[in-house]
Design a binder for this molecule. Structure first.
Ligand code: ACO
Length: 431
């Protein structure tokens, strides 16, 4: 950390304050304001965390201006082309790519934690038949802390690791059971002979009546989607997990909070919203009308799957997914192609439009993920659930990093109070 002088101005009042500066391995310098209030009696004001780094992290690096995303230093393009999701999960969790033996051992651990406590099945039955699967996920993941007491000592690193393994392993089982409840079919148990993604597809689409084998392209596409969604540094849901965890809450409760945050259409819910939007647009001839709506400040409509808080350039994940989208539609060719054509055309028109150019609004990861999910016959209301499964490793990696960080303390932002000044209570009969 180096010290620098920064000028703070307020109306006529000017003061030079010496503040420490953190130098990251990559990315902009960060002015450390932690002692600003104690020493100067000043707060910083940054709603939405536009310029605020909330922690130090060694997991994921993003350069939004250049469209760069790296997990533990490895470019997302290389991981997407070469790696398996479980390998990437190991990398995020432990910081290094596994060797053959480490990978086999990790794969075994995840595989043999996929089953749920049998009593958990009763929870699913308590939900209304048409409950959104994300509502079920929030409830059931939160309830895991009632079942796995043996790994709940958050100050014990081994307990933290076991909880992380359980969450990564059980999330697909919970997700598939949420879906089965929603469609009124019996829950399918995990199959330990299958890979992480093939197992998920089987638990979702098999029935006890017939044999089921997932299409290899579907497994490959899911593996890619999961790698791309595995982590994205301090996004809203990850920050939620960290904030919940900063009060020493247990990891299952923290993950339930993260899932709730992911559900919103401005975050993980965007992939579902993109498909709904493309369905509503319906035809290339109607694109101009929707572009105009997106630009109209009086209209709340936004082009879903466009724009990103960090990327002011093409989201590198969207580039990779556009190609996979083409492959999936060619290999599993069905009536989904018109949706892809519509998306390509919409992207082309938006990227020539001054409104989108001036604001640096490019397609994000979710612009194409929904089309792929639909081609895999995954229903719209499961899109965000798929995202939650993939992001679980990111959430637990950040939670583990935070829990072993000596600088970690409860997250407690301050505020700029704009309410009434002090006043005296007025009795009811005098109001
Ligand atoms: N359509 C139309 N206009 C947009 C869009 C959009 N999708 N996104 C941003 N804008 C406009 C805003 O109206 C604003 O315009 P102004 O400067 O004239 O007021 C400007 O672009 C900047 O937008 P902000 O909302 O300030 O940007 P912010 O960083 O707060 O929001 C967000 C980012 C939430 C992703 C936003 O772009 C959005 O709502 N996009 C659509 C939803 C979406 O795709 N979310 C997925 C994000 S990726 C993920 O979570 C995995």
């Amino acid at each position: 950390m180096t010290d620098k002088y920064y000028l703070i101005q307020e109306d006529a009042h000017q003061e030079r304050v010496q503040l420490p500066v953190k130098r990251p391995v990559q990315g902009p310098l960060a002015v450390d304001v932690t002692k600003l209030y104690r020493n100067q009696g000043l707060f910083t004001y940054d709603p939405g965390f536009m310029s605020t780094a909330s922690c130090e992290s060694s997991i994921t690096y993003i350069d939004g201006e250049a469209g760069i995303l790296e997990y533990r230093g490895y470019p997302i393009e290389q991981l997407a082309a070469e790696a398996d999701y479980i390998e990437v999960a190991y990398l995020l969790l432990y910081g290094e790519l596994p060797n053959g033996e480490q990978l086999r051992e990790f794969d075994d651990i995840i595989t043999y934690h996929t089953m749920l406590n049998e009593n958990l099945k009763d929870f699913f039955g308590g939900f209304h038949y048409d409950a959104h699967p994300m509502a079920i996920m929030v409830g059931v993941v939160g309830s895991l802390s009632a079942f796995y007491h043996d790994s709940l000592d958050i100050n014990n690193p081994r307990h933290r690791e076991i909880s992380a393994h359980r969450l990564i392993a059980k999330m697909p089982t919970i997700a598939a059971a949420s879906y089965k409840h929603n469609v009124g079919e019996p829950i399918i148990y995990p199959d330990n002979d299958l890979s992480y993604c093939a197992n998920l597809l089987k638990m979702m689409f098999a029935t006890p009546c017939e044999p089921y084998q997932a299409h290899p392209i579907a497994v490959q596409a899911l593996n890619l989607l999961f790698i791309l969604h595995a982590d994205h540094e301090q996004n809203a849901s990850t920050s939620t997990v960290r904030l919940a965890g900063s009060s020493q809450a247990n990891p299952f409760a923290c993950l339930a909070a993260g899932i709730a945050s992911l559900w919103g259409p401005a975050h993980g819910g965007a992939n579902e919203a993109v498909l709904n939007m493309l369905t509503e647009i319906g035809d290339v001839s109607r694109i101009d009308r929707y572009i105009a709506k997106a630009k109209d400040k009086k209209d709340p409509f936004r082009l879903m799957g466009f724009g990103h808080r960090v990327y002011k350039h093409y989201d590198p994940r969207a580039n990779i997914l556009r190609e996979m989208c083409r492959t999936v539609l060619e290999e599993l060719a069905d009536s989904n192609n018109p949706m892809f054509e519509l998306a390509l055309r919409l992207e082309e028109i938006a990227l020539k439009d001054d409104y989108f150019l001036a604001r640096k609004l490019y397609p994000n990861v979710d612009f194409y993920s929904g089309i792929i999910y639909r081609a895999l016959h995954i229903p719209n209301n499961m899109f965000t659930v798929m995202f939650a499964i993939a992001r679980t490793v990111g959430w637990v990696s950040h939670w583990m990093e935070m829990m072993s960080d000596p600088l970690q303390r409860i997250g407690r932002p301050r505020q700029v109070y704009m309410g009434s000044p002090r006043r005296d209570f007025v009795p009811l009969d005098q109001r």
